[in-house]
Design a protein around this ligand. Structure first.
Ligand SMILES: *Cc1c(COP(=O)(O)O)cnc(C)c1O
Length: 827
């Protein structure tokens, strides 16, 4: 898919091991030490988080209020031996090795730029006023099936963050995605040298962080410096930008016909359909997001896929799975009747203003508290900055401010009611003494302060919709089906569609632990993400598109081959790559009439296979259409007979002994005599059988749980929900539950067709299921707000739901959206 394939150059220093003596000339530094033969494998700028001290190179950065040179004696006592400094503290002059430079930040940047220059794979550089982190996270999601991606951690996009991100590159990576943020003129040039992007993305030129620029134009010119040596700049067509670009561009627009890609959007409920036209290529893409910022960020990401020549199917499939990157202003219910506004994403002055406005608008409680980290990216001197912050906080009538960080601690006298902690750890240690209760708490901090740890403590644990996956039950079900097989029969487990909605990697890992023989997935993408996650089991791909053959080979996946065309294409590629005996699986159509070779193809199939050494028929398989329904027993037996005949024909003509397999879950239950050398277990592993007697032997794997958000009692004649489709005929207690059709609960389940379980009792669903909520009648059930609600599990079971909804359990399970958190547990 990536047509401009450039192979990464080998890093001369695998695993980031830098000989000290090589570093000195890169930095143009003076050496003062006695261990010049040593190697460095870790770079640090933070005296609080160290690792492998003896091989750490500590860059002593110094800012106006924060000079890391002060920590050097302490670091030496902790075993750090190498320092990049602009001054050598006299007290420790002979106790360590010093690399003396004029400016330690510049030295860090030079070192990163040199490190970057050792690699020649594609690097995506992202800047813009908003959306950098989201686009970076999404591109990582979209591209990681095909690449080993290195990306900026969190939102490391500053003068310090970017070099640290880039220093993380090692020889395993073959694609980089880095975001760059600037707050004033002169900064981008340095970041451009460090990142040296081949593909540039300008997300937008909004108004954030404006203090450092004289004009809009100056800001644009500065941002574009990132892309001066890039192969291409991707951006939304904009005359203000066009006036200053010198790079080749690949632009998009909703309106401007001169753009390379024209896009129109249709926004509905929770999704957006994008009609994309690029010259005479048209594609239609659906994304599960509907706000305009998300749409623009999604388009920036999509443009990269187009530029990299991904095919329409892959683009469509992956874009459809984009998820909201939750990073700002999330309101959560907290402990002791608090409301928590979670903005543990950024801490610049602009976004603090926005967050305080939001806090005011929420008005959950009279009492307001702000937990605030050091503030970055303001473009102001600290003294000025914290004065402005204290004024802002005062004008918003914040009762208490909790400052976390060394800088805000230094300026504590600027604030009226402030408690300060030097670090998040120190705050967490004191958490219980701070008496949070009956208040709204804004948690606002830069990513590196890890305020998510604070939010985790403040958050009420029950308020979540989760699909709980019982790993013990999976083990039990696996063993149950194994007990039906001969000991030597191999077992392939189907983990397609995110393990039937239950979870991909976690379940694959468990199956590896249980020593199954094979995994089966539908598409190459699914196999690649498992391989990337470290799964070692062989993986068969049921439905490989020929465009994915290169990735199949690259990742050592094993394709199912079902047509002469596919076979020829795969052999051609295998020959080109000089492969020998690459495992393939031959699919025979014995009556399903979906994929596979039929009797009439056997001669040609044999002729082709007998002439090649590049592939090896690892297995021959077929799939049954009616194994779950004994009414079609004759048909099922005819399929098995035909499989026997055609597979034997292949084996004899080619003189091979491949693995043969035809049974799925119901096949194992009903036709164990046809287990051949392997079976393909699917739905049964996840605790569901199409056969009621078998079902009794299985354990439930997934329980979909939510909570009661609110309770109310309505009176006779009052209605519930859209369209007033439920009318109370007496006093009725209504529970609102935060799960809806966007989570995969069918609307047909509403209006008294379905029920949930609360406190062990059935509560019928009243009114229509909404996008994110549903309402249940819990009259006579003893329950409270915050109580757990079972959507499915023991009662109703997935099978029961499927019957009432006139579908099959497979559809119910795989419909549960990715926004529902999967929680895995063992008993
Ligand atoms: C999905 C699938 C299976 C597993 O089917 P279950 O009914 O879930 O056991 C087996 N083989 C093929 C080809 C499949 O597509």
């Amino acid at each position: 898919m990536w047509r401009r394939n450039r192979l990464p150059r080998k890093n001369p220093n695998p695993e980031l091991a830098f000989p000290v003596k090589n570093i000195i000339p890169i930095l143009g530094a003076t050496w003062l030490g006695d261990d010049i033969e040593a190697t460095i494998d870790n770079i640090s700028i933070d005296s609080r988080s160290l690792q492998n001290n003896a091989h750490t190179l500590f860059f002593a950065l110094s800012g106006p209020n924060n000079n890391a040179h002060h920590f050097i004696p302490d670091l030496i006592s902790k075993g750090v031996r190498f320092f990049v400094v602009s001054d050598i503290p006299t007290s420790v002059k002979n106790d360590a090795n010093f690399i003396l430079v004029g400016n330690t930040l510049l030295a860090l940047q030079q070192f990163a730029a040199w490190h970057r220059s050792q690699f020649s794979f594609p690097v995506i550089g992202i800047t813009g006023s908003n959306g950098k982190t989201i686009v970076k996270e999404w591109l990582n999601f979209l591209l990681s099936p095909d690449y080993n991606v290195i990306r900026s951690p969190k939102s490391y996009n500053s003068q310090v963050g970017v070099p640290l991100s880039v220093l993380g590159i090692n020889e395993k990576h073959n694609l980089g995605i880095f975001e760059c943020g600037i707050s004033q003129t002169g900064e981008m040039e340095k970041l451009a040298q460090i990142v040296s992007p081949t593909i540039g993305i300008l997300t937008n030129v909004g108004t954030a962080h404006d203090e450092g620029f004289k004009s809009e134009e100056e800001k644009i010119v500065e941002k574009l410096k990132l892309f001066e040596n890039a192969d291409v700049l991707i951006y939304q067509k904009d005359p203000a930008v066009d006036a200053h670009v010198s790079t080749r561009t690949f632009s998009w627009s909703f309106t401007d016909a001169r753009a390379d890609v024209l896009i129109s959007k249709t926004v509905s409920a929770a999704k957006t359909r994008l009609e994309v036209s690029r010259g005479n290529q048209n594609l239609s893409v659906e994304i599960p997001l509907a706000d305009s910022a998300s749409i623009e960020n999604a388009i920036s990401s999509l443009m990269v896929l187009l530029w990299m020549n991904y095919d329409a199917d892959t683009i469509g499939r992956r874009m459809q799975q984009l998820y909201p990157v939750e990073m700002r202003l999330v309101v959560k219910n907290g402990i002791h009747n608090t409301t928590v506004i979670d903005d543990s994403y950024s801490s610049d002055f602009q976004s603090l203003k926005i967050a305080l406005d939001f806090l005011e608008s929420q008005k959950h409680h009279a009492k307001k508290t702000v937990i605030l980290s050091d503030i970055f990216q303001s473009g102001l001197a600290n003294e000025q900055l914290y004065k402005k912050v204290s004024q802002l906080v005062e004008s918003n009538k914040i009762g208490r401010v909790i400052g976390i960080g060394q800088t805000i601690s230094q300026f504590k006298n600027t604030f009226e009611n402030i408690i300060v902690f030097a670090s998040t750890q120190e705050f967490l240690a004191q958490f219980d003494t701070l008496d949070f209760g009956n208040e709204t708490i804004l948690v606002k901090g830069a990513r590196q302060f890890e305020f998510e740890k604070i939010v985790a403590l403040l958050e009420e644990k029950t308020h979540e919709t989760v699909l709980e996956i019982n790993l013990n039950a999976i083990g039990h079900n696996l063993n149950y089906y194994r007990s039906k097989l001969r000991p030597e029969t191999k077992l392939m487990v189907m983990v397609k569609a995110f393990g039937y909605g239950n979870g991909g990697f976690e379940i694959a890992k468990l199956l590896e632990h249980h020593k199954t023989d094979y995994l089966g997935v539908a598409f190459a993408d699914e196999g690649i993400s498992l391989k990337n996650a470290g799964i070692k089991l062989p993986i068969m791909v049921l439905n490989p598109e020929s465009t994915s053959f290169p990735q199949i080979i690259q990742y050592g996946l094993e394709p199912e081959i079902y047509s002469i065309k596919g076979l020829k294409a795969f052999i051609a590629l295998a020959d080109e790559r000089r492969l020998e005996h690459f495992p393939i699986h031959i699919k025979i159509d014995t009556g399903m009439h979906r994929l596979g070779f039929e009797a009439e193809h056997m001669a040609e199939l044999i002729a082709i296979l007998s002439k090649t050494e590049s592939v090896n028929v690892k297995s021959i398989l077929s799939h049954m259409a009616t194994s779950d329904d004994l009414a079609h027993d004759d048909f099922a037996r005819a399929q098995i007979d035909l499989f026997e005949k055609l597979s034997l024909q292949l084996m004899q003509a080619l003189n091979i002994r491949p693995i043969r397999h035809i049974l799925n879950t119901s096949g194992i239950e009903h036709y164990p005599q046809a287990q051949y050398d392997m079976v393909r277990l699917g739905i049964g592993l996840y605790g569901i059988s199409n056969d009621a007697t078998e079902q009794k032997h299985l354990e439930i794997v997934g329980t979909l749980k939510s909570v009661i958000s609110q309770l109310r009692t309505i009176q006779k004649g009052e209605s519930v929900g859209y369209g007033r489709r439920f009318m109370a005929d007496g006093d009725t207690k209504i529970a609102t539950i935060p799960i809806g059709y966007a989570d995969g609960i069918s609307r047909h389940w509403g209006n008294l067709n379905g029920y949930v379980t609360i406190s062990g009792k059935r509560a019928p669903i009243v009114g229509s299921v909404c996008m994110d909520m549903l309402m249940a009648d819990c009259t006579g059930i003893d329950c409270r707000e915050g109580d757990a609600v079972i959507i499915f599990g023991e009662s109703p079971s997935v099978t029961e739901m499927a019957e009432k909804l006139r579908t099959i359990p497979y559809e119910i399970l795989t419909s549960i959206s990715q926004r529902v958190k999967r929680v895995f547990y063992r008993e």
